[in-house]
Design a protein around this ligand. Structure first.
Ligand SMILES: [Zn+2]
Length: 365
């Protein structure tokens, strides 16, 4: 696709989702969601006019620059994978993974990059929708005790020099909560796309081909999400922060927590009907981290900054306890409020931390 076709395709997808959300959700509450394009730096944002139980009037904006970059890098990553995934270097790099990262084959090669791009733009769109659905701006203003005006969430990283560590922790909690909604929506949509209701309920048999295509789609989705996160990461190496700092969490920490969330979400699918997934949990983890790690490898070559890490698997995060204890403490303070104002969707879209995760954070000694 050339630039014009990329913009046309993205418009068709995102305006289509906006219209579905209006029809299925907003119209019942006499609210409205609008989507706009903008020009300028690689960015996306959300605006809400919500105030005290009023109807939801929401707006999501993305820049042409963002979608064009996402498509260019998706295409470049696909070419990189096809050219290198069978090489000795590549095979030895991932020898410990039970499934090696591999870009799936498509009858029409361009469909690969296009699907990856689709994963990236829908995840970003639903991240913005997550901020709006949970009225993060409204809650933020309420906590800060300031007068109301329309609130925006800009996705450009901002180090907010004068903000307090509490502000940073709360901002990061909001970002991770919006990420959680986004992953939930994307996985639900992917499952809906690949399985019929009868297959989901175990009333009709699932073919090996459908299962394989579903796993390929998961690989492509995680590659698309990685593409977005490395784009937000940029070309300069960032030091991992011990506690929440700046407006947004480190993109690789976000990626490293979105993947386990996706794997947990798959466990829920599996509990409904084990026939939907042909892989073990370990293999699924290899598949997803293989997608993000190979994207990280590709990104290092693109930006020529050799030491950018891959997604921080929480088990390897040196600041796991100090970082996540701040996030959980802050999220626990606003969780009930978020659930109270949240407009739409399954409760599965609300950020939660398992007992196992909490124990790792608070009882690690
Ligand atoms: Zn955000």
């Amino acid at each position: 696709m050339n630039e014009v076709e990329v913009n046309e395709y993205a418009s068709q997808v995102l305006l289509g989702i906006t219209s579905d959300l209006n029809e299925n959700f907003y119209s019942d509450k006499e609210g409205e969601l609008k989507f706009f394009w903008s020009q300028g730096a690689v960015n996306a944002w959300a605006e809400s006019e919500y105030f005290e139980s009023h109807k939801p009037i929401h707006k999501i904006v993305m820049t042409y620059e963002l979608v064009n970059s996402l498509y260019l890098f998706s295409k470049a990553y696909q070419n990189f994978m096809i050219g290198n995934q069978d090489s000795e270097v590549f095979i030895s790099l991932y020898e410990n993974m039970s499934i090696k990262p591999r870009f799936p084959e498509f009858d029409i090669p361009e469909e690969g990059a296009k699907n990856m791009f689709l994963g990236a733009i829908t995840w970003i769109y639903f991240h913005e929708f997550g901020h709006l659905n949970q009225e993060h701006g409204y809650i933020k203003q309420k906590l800060g005790n300031v007068g109301h005006s329309a609130v925006s969430f800009f996705e450009a990283y901002n180090d907010s020099g004068s903000a307090s560590s509490e502000d940073f922790s709360m901002s990061h909690a909001f970002e991770l909560a919006a990420d959680f909604e986004a992953t939930e929506y994307c996985i639900t949509e992917l499952a809906r796309h690949f399985f019929t209701r009868e297959e989901f309920l175990g009333e009709s048999e699932i073919s090996d081909e459908s299962r394989e295509q579903f796993l390929n789609a998961i690989f492509i989705f995680v590659s698309g999400l990685s593409c977005a996160m490395y784009l937000f990461y940029g070309s300069e190496k960032r030091e991992k922060s011990k506690t929440p700092t700046g407006s947004h969490p480190d993109p690789l920490r976000r990626l490293g927590s979105a993947i386990p969330h996706l794997i947990e979400r798959m466990d829920i699918l599996r509990s409904f009907n084990p026939a939907m997934l042909s892989t073990s949990r370990e293999d699924l983890s290899s598949l997803c981290f293989g997608a993000s790690d190979s994207y990280g490898f590709f990104w290092n070559l693109v930006v020529e900054t050799k030491d950018i890490e891959s997604a921080v698997h929480t088990a390897n995060d040196p600041f796991f306890v100090s970082y996540w204890s701040e996030i959980i403490k802050n999220w626990d303070l606003i969780n009930a409020e978020v659930i109270g104002v949240r407009h739409f969707g399954s409760p599965l879209g609300v950020l939660r931390f398992s007992e196992h995760f909490r124990n790792r954070v608070f009882n690690s000694n």
